[in-house]
Unconditional design. Sequence first.
Length: 309
Amino acid sequence: MSEFGSESEDGPRNNRGTIQRGDRGMTAEQDGIAQMRLAGMGNAQTINDLERMMVKKTVSKSTVLYCPFVNNAKELSYNQPFAKITLGFLGKNELSDTEKSEFWEEHKQMAHKALNVKRSNISGQMRKKFVEHIKKINDSVTGEFPSIDNIRKGRKEADSWIHIVANFIQYIVPESKQKIAELPLRDWCPVASEALLFLMIENSYEMWMEEAENEINEDQSSPTKVALWTDRRGSGRKFGGWGNAGIKRFNELHKCIKGHRQRRDLGQNLEAKLKKHANETGMAIRKRNFADMQQGEAPSYDMPDFMNS
């Protein structure tokens, strides 16, 4: 089974291709409309607008985990992985090829933009965490951040790998906060997401390290380090930003990680160490028990006037 096929965020679809929300008995569109009405948007929001919103949300929440790059016009086509994965998460697979193709033609440019924006947001969040983390290590005078050489070794350098995953994977896979201490990484983190994590760290390591050191030393000098594979001048172009060398490195990481996950020492055993680390360092998020929420004195409330008549 493919990585994509092993995950299903949404419930089954009806014959119109809308998401059924299981026990709630509500489609995603109905759910969205209801929430927008609560927000005071009324009926002005059309179903077409809601579809566009759902596409952007799906790409930034789900598609990016499995297909984080679209590097040319061909990869944006209807029969390519980016389209197939996005349409799959949207529950459009029950539609005819013609209907799916027409839907994708209408939304593909916006979907591609959403992917680029999400990837940029991930990089920004990681940069902030990286700099703060280096400063924290410097202040505590305990521990050290992994070297770039050890980071490039990936799963072969266990301590370094655990350090990077434990501190940064949440920015790519938000649900890691709930699962990192409970489940093996492979159960919630696609290979592409792990590859993207290490690609972004490698790409900006020297640049972010210089920024952190300048802040520590209160150095106002202009930065001298640059990213390995991204060019700010290309970020405004449709397929700019990431060079071919960066995509090649991503593919190398993807292949390497996929192989390492099959090995007991670099796969199951290493991921068990990650779980242990997460539990020992308090990364596990305790889920609130419903019964616990009911304890204590019941709060007072007022009924609206129209419900008292």
